[in-house]
Design a protein around this ligand. Structure first.
Ligand code: SF4
Ligand code: SF4
Length: 140
């Protein structure tokens, strides 16, 4: 998973990446770093168990870091019948059945674990690297 992190000024020198690795067993490689006196933006590739990634992202956000990530899944909403099977396996609650009984995908919460792909009985969810014919990317 690739994430982009924007640090508030008070955290520019804080060892949050070290803590991410040490506390949550998340492996990382820095793809891009822009660090100035009162501003830092890092792009990382992180890997780990879904629950560790989720807890690590919550840790970063709890520190006041803005974390953005792009989902690697596509949901064919024409095929989806909002059965909810995928929501039960989603560790980050990115997938939910909303108030009008339809599947809602909050992309910003997705940690790209891809557990939902095999959970869907209709194969409505696919990795975005292999787009389904006529598939659309679900909006947050
Ligand atoms: S890949 Fe699927 S199961 Fe995993 S976090 Fe994203 S939406 Fe949830
Ligand atoms: S499991 Fe498949 S059909 Fe059911 S809500 Fe999720 S995407 Fe839709």
């Amino acid at each position: 998973m690739i994430i982009s992190m924007q640090y508030p000024p008070k955290l520019v020198d804080a060892p949050v990446i070290y803590q991410l690795s040490r506390q949550f067993n998340v492996k990382f490689s820095i793809l891009r770093a822009v660090v100035e006196a009162e501003f830092a933006q890092l792009t990382l590739e992180i890997t780990g168990k879904p629950e560790d990634l989720q807890q690590g992202l919550e840790y970063l956000r709890g520190q006041g870091i803005t974390v953005s990530l792009n989902s690697n899944i596509l949901i064919d909403m024409d095929t989806c019948v909002s059965c909810g099977a995928c929501t039960g396996v989603c560790p980050s609650r990115a997938l939910k059945i909303n108030g009008d009984a339809h599947l809602a995908f909050e992309e910003a919460r997705c940690i790209n674990c891809q557990l939902c792909i095999s959970a869907c009985p209709l194969r409505a969810i696919t990795p975005s690297v292999i787009p389904p014919a006529g598939g659309i990317q679900a909006s947050p």
